[in-house]
Design a protein around this ligand. Structure first.
Ligand code: FES
Ligand code: FE2
Length: 398
């Protein structure tokens, strides 16, 4: 176990892959993170404040807050944010704590309403967080309502997904990820609707993997393991053209074409035949899968037939919950619905394979004396992520 936090290397410049460039022509990737970043509780502790409390955290989809007064609580950097739909149809977020004596305001699903009422003594707040009343207020000297509103949290809707940020000075997500919206905005929009029972904000129902959260993100950031670990994807993918199309300060975007050659596997072959673009997509999108990471832990798959948005939330230094949800567009036909089912089935197989791998990585990383070897150019984005983490933790002295 390390007793000190690592310092960032001076070079936190973000390497950028040339869009569409073959992996062999890119510059050498940055170094992987040293093992203690994945195993040291001090690093995990520092990440809470220096990574998660300063970044945009995915909490739900717009559809999870259907009308004025709808609300939910989401875990963000060791706190809870209370996200609400305001009366004008906008979004507001506050810390989920009453300003009187600290009661958690909202727990599991609660009815909508025009106010947020604390279940302890009944202090009542407007949806925008303003304190409007307290029972027997005359008995409370110094009840300065304007200064006792709920603690505000930044909230933003991006691509129809709701993010919060505990950093009041954070650059808006839409600004940080303008290029991402341009590249994949057509997959999302107000007509995106959830399918199935999984929801991003359902932490209790989320799968838990036995690895540090960064092992899961690393794994998502590279296709180098596909030929060895995912035989199904290897039959589907045009692996040579699996590329990081964009590596920017705040996000990474990958794309991989789906092969025309029919897979030898029945389900995959049927998927290849049925895959059809959702409304708003182009015919070219029919044969491409895209993956995006919004730094640090939001992961979104963009398929022709659905969108899968999920997040990697550490529950311990070697455990990560991965809540997420599937989305499709209004008006997709039977063919696309069937393709989606097949694709989700393929995705579960891939996920199962990945879950075993990330467990093994975590087990190996705790081997005393282990230092990571060099990254392949196919793992440039793992180096990108390592640089971003090193930079985030640079100021995290103990
Ligand atoms: S703690 Fe909320 S009203 Fe008392
Ligand atoms: Fe994988």
């Amino acid at each position: 176990m390390q007793s000190e936090l690592p310092s960032a290397t001076a070079e936190s410049a973000v390497p950028t892959a040339a869009p569409g460039a073959a992996p062999g022509s890119d510059p050498a990737p940055a170094a992987a993170l040293a093992a203690h970043y994945y195993t040291d509780p001090l690093v995990a502790e520092a990440e809470t404040e220096h990574v998660f409390a300063r970044s945009w955290q995915l909490v739900c989809h717009e559809s999870d807050l259907p009308g004025p007064g709808a609300r939910l609580a989401a875990t963000v950097a060791g706190r809870e944010a209370l996200v609400v739909r305001t009366e004008d149809g906008g979004l507001a977020a506050h810390l989920n704590v009453c300003r009187h004596r600290g009661t958690r305001l909202v727990s599991a699903p609660e009815p909508s309403g025009k106010a947020i009422r604390c279940p302890y003594h009944g202090w009542t707040y407007k949806l925008d967080g303003t304190l409007v009343g307290a029972p027997e207020a005359r008995q409370i000297p110094c009840l300065d309502k304007p200064s006792l509103g709920l603690y505000p949290v930044r909230v933003e809707s991006f691509l129809g997904f709701v993010f919060v940020n505990l950093d009041r000075d954070a650059v808006p997500l839409a600004e940080q990820c303008a290029g991402l919206a341009e590249a994949v905005g057509r997959y999302t929009g107000p007509d995106l609707i959830p399918v199935g029972r999984y929801r991003i904000h359902d932490l209790a129902g989320a799968e838990v993997q036995r690895a540090n959260w960064k092992v899961v993100v690393d794994n998502y950031l590279e296709g180098y393991h596909v030929p060895v670990a995912h035989p199904g994807l290897m039959r589907l993918f045009d692996y040579q053209n699996y590329v990081a199309s964009e590596l920017r300060e705040s996000y990474a975007l990958f794309q991989v074409p789906i092969r025309d050659k029919p897979s030898s596997n029945f389900v995959e072959r049927l998927y290849q035949r049925l895959a059809a673009p959702m409304p708003g997509l182009t015919q070219a999108d029919r044969r491409v899968w895209r993956y995006a990471v919004i730094y640090p832990n939001t992961l979104i798959d963009f398929y022709p037939d659905h969108v899968l948005a999920w997040t990697a939330l550490p529950t311990a230094q070697d455990r990560v919950a991965i809540p997420g949800g599937y989305y499709t567009k209004h008006g997709v036909g039977m063919r696309t619905r069937l393709a989606r089912r097949l694709n989700i089935h393929i995705g579960w197989i891939t996920n199962h394979e990945d879950a075993e791998l990330v467990t093994r990585v975590q087990q190996g990383l705790s081997t005393p004396g282990f230092a990571p070897g060099p990254l392949s150019r196919r793992e440039s984005a793992v180096g990108w992520f390592a640089d971003r983490i090193r930079a985030s933790l640079a100021g995290a002295g103990r």
